[in-house]
Design a protein around this ligand. Structure first.
Ligand code: IPM
Ligand code: MN
Length: 330
């Protein structure tokens, strides 16, 4: 079966690393047809297109979307991030951001293996708020956080469904219920209610600040973590840092209801300073492609790719891509 993949290389090192990811998918014997979408900062500077509704509609029929990176030094920060990346997450209802972490923390003795499930369509990312009297001494800025029972519950439920497939069957809620009392209360009550439906799954709760300590000092305590959009954003950079570096951190933006394509991207950014120089580590993009293959029911190929990425490899972007491609081909 041919999988139709929309490829958005995007900005900076994005095209460099997605090229290697596609190379590895093909080497693993998975049949894909790719269609490139020229989107990102360069396109925006050329003709103003970020991600129009027409462009979004053109993406909808694809089986999935592979994204490199967004963020361009000549474009005001946030314009492409919100207009392209967040627009896809929101409008394609990619309500789960799944980020696996495997590795050994700097002080850690044994390898850890945990997955962060980040709510991906609500929280402070909705852009609720505004500014008054900008630039004056009386300037006011508000930034709301939207948390719905529906959105929180479907995210927590996904985390529990994932936990039952894993050996340890453990879910930790991470929030800041002691201070963010309204949102925290909704998250905690929903978590407790969903947990009651999964007696085989053990649970824990950590405040997000404490979770930062445990990520570094005791990541083994974690199996599945479920958390809000912004906490998940911050924690997953830390997760990358304690799991071999951000160059290995993969992510899946999922619409588990499958009402449209899901989107797969490395956690890292566009690194414009090394773009096009064959220097970027493509492993995070390759591991994101493996997550895509899991979702496309190509789990055996995905496992081969993960195994190939687990063996050390050094060199340029293309060296690493070639080495991993050679391994999965065998
Ligand atoms: C991420 C990124 C994005 C986010 C940015 C680029 C908007 O940091 O995917 O983690 O904050 O979600
Ligand atoms: Mn981030």
């Amino acid at each position: 079966m041919t999988h139709n993949i929309a490829v958005i290389g995007g900005d900076g090192i994005g095209p460099d690393v997605t090229t290697e990811a596609i190379k590895v998918i093909r080497a693993a014997g998975v049949d894909i047809a790719t269609t490139e979408f020229d989107l990102g900062g360069d396109r925006y500077l050329r003709d103003g297109e970020i991600l129009s509704d027409e462009m979004l509609d053109a993406l909808r029929p694809f089986d999935s979307i592979l994204l490199g990176a967004v963020g361009h030094p000549d474009v005001k920060p946030g314009v492409i991030e919100r207009g392209l990346l967040l627009k896809m997450r929101f409008d394609l209802d990619l309500y789960i951001n799944q980020r696996p972490f495997l590795g050994t923390a700097p002080g850690g003795a044994a390898p850890h293996d945990f997955i962060v499930i980040r709510e991906n369509t609500e929280g402070p990312y909705v852009g609720e708020g505004g500014a008054l009297r900008v630039g004056t001494p009386h300037e006011v800025a508000t930034q709301g956080s939207v948390n719905t029972r529906f959105g929180v519950e479907r995210c927590i439920r996904y985390a529990f469904e994932l936990a039952v497939t894993r050996e340890r069957k453990h879910v930790t809620l991470v929030h800041k219920t002691n201070v963010l009392s309204f949102a925290g209360d909704l998250w905690q009550r929903t978590f407790d209610e969903v947990a009651a439906e999964y007696p085989q799954v053990a649970t824990a709760y950590n405040h997000v600040d404490a979770a930062c300590i445990y990520f570094v000092q005791d990541p083994h305590r974690y199996d599945v973590i479920v958390t809000d959009n912004l906490f998940g954003d911050i924690l997953t950079d830390l997760g990358g840092a304690v799991s071999g570096g951000i160059g290995l951190a993969s992510s899946a933006n999922l619409n588990p209801a499958r009402t449209g394509p899901s989107m797969f991207e490395p956690v890292h950014g566009s690194a414009p300073d090394i773009a096009g120089q064959n220097k970027a580590n493509p492993t995070a993009a390759i591991l994101s492609a493996a997550l895509m293959l899991d979702f496309l029911d190509e789990g055996a190929a995905a496992d081969r790719i993960r195994a190939a990425c687990a063996q050390p490899v050094t060199g340029s972007t293309t060296d690493v891509g070639d080495a991993i491609a050679a391994r999965v081909g065998n």
